[in-house]
Design a binder for this molecule. Structure first.
Ligand code: CA
Length: 233
C-alpha cells in the first residue's frame, strides 16, 4: 500500500515537529502548513489523505478551515485543540470532524488515531480521488472524471469531451476536431453539438465548485475553439 499523506496544519513549530516526527516514524508522509489559507490552497491543488488541523491558527480558525474544506473535499480531519470548551463543537460534528485530540497529547497516540481513521476510510466508500495539477482526476477504467476531489455526473459525450480536454491542458481544439474525436460514433449531430455540450459541462463544473469558478476552466477561443485552462484557479 502507498504511504498515506498527512497534512499537518499547526502554527506552533515545536508541536508540529513532534507530530511530523511521529507520523514519519510510523511510515507516513507528512507535510506541514502554519496557516489555514495555505492548507486550503494545498488541499485544492493536491489533496492529502488526512488533515490534522489546529483550531487556533493565526489567520482563520480551524473550524472555518474545515467548513471550507468540506465544500470541495471529504478528507478525514482530526482537530487539535487546547481548550476543553471547543470539544463540544467538535464532538457535535457540526463541522464534520472525524476525531480530536486535546493538547498536550502523545504524538504516538495521535499517529495511532490517524492509522485507525485511514483504515476506516479505506474500508468504506471509495476514497475521494486525488487531483492532478489541473485539478482533474481521470479514472479511465471507470469512465469518470472528478474535479477537485468530486466525481462529476456526466453524460457519455460530456465525459468524452472533458476527458480529451483534460488530457491536453492548454491545447486548443477546433469544433471540427472535437466533432471528429469525440462524436465519431454519433448518429446525428449538428453545428451546435459541441457548443451545447460545453455549456452543460460548464454548468456542472460551476455547480461542483464553491464559488462556481469551475465553469471558467473550459475556455472559449473566439474563431478557434476550446481548451482546458491549465492554470489552477
Ligand atoms: Ca495554535
Amino acid at each position: 500500500m502507498e504511504q498515506p499523506r498527512i497534512l499537518v496544519v499547526e502554527d506552533e513549530q515545536a508541536i508540529a515537529d513532534t507530530i511530523l516526527y511521529a507520523l514519519r516514524t510510523d511510515g507516513m508522509q507528512a507535510e506541514h502548513c502554519t496557516l489555514g489559507s495555505a492548507a486550503l490552497a494545498r488541499m485544492r491543488a493536491d489533496a492529502a489523505d488526512l488533515v490534522i488541523l489546529d483550531v487556533g491558527l493565526p489567520d482563520v480558525n480551524g473550524f472555518e478551515v474545515c467548513r471550507t474544506l468540506r465544500t470541495f473535499c471529504d478528507v478525514p480531519v482530526i482537530f487539535l485543540t487546547a481548550r476543553h470548551e471547543e470539544i463540544d463543537r467538535i464532538v457535535g460534528l457540526e463541522i464534520g470532524a472525524d476525531d480530536y485530540v486535546v493538547k498536550p497529547f502523545s504524538p504516538r497516540e495521535l499517529a495511532a488515531r490517524v492509522r485507525a481513521i485511514l483504515r476506516r476510510a479505506r474500508g468504506g466508500a471509495a476514497p475521494a480521488p486525488a487531483a492532478t495539477d489541473s485539478g482533474f482526476t481521470h479514472d479511465a477504467d471507470g469512465a469518470r472524471l472528478a474535479y477537485r476531489g468530486r466525481w462529476l455526473d456526466l453524460t457519455r459525450y460530456e465525459y468524452l469531451l472533458l476527458a480529451l480536454l483534460v488530457a491536453h491542458p492548454g491545447r486548443i481544439y477546433t469544433r471540427a476536431q472535437l466533432m471528429e474525436l469525440v462524436w465519431q460514433d454519433a448518429l446525428d449531430t449538428s453545428d451546435r453539438t459541441v457548443d451545447t455540450h460545453v455549456k452543460t459541462l460548464r454548468a456542472k463544473l460551476r455547480d461542483a465548485t464553491p464559488e462556481g469558478e469551475g465553469a471558467e476552466r473550459i475556455r472559449t477561443h473566439r474563431g478557434m475553439g476550446y481548451s482546458l485552462d491549465p492554470m489552477q484557479a
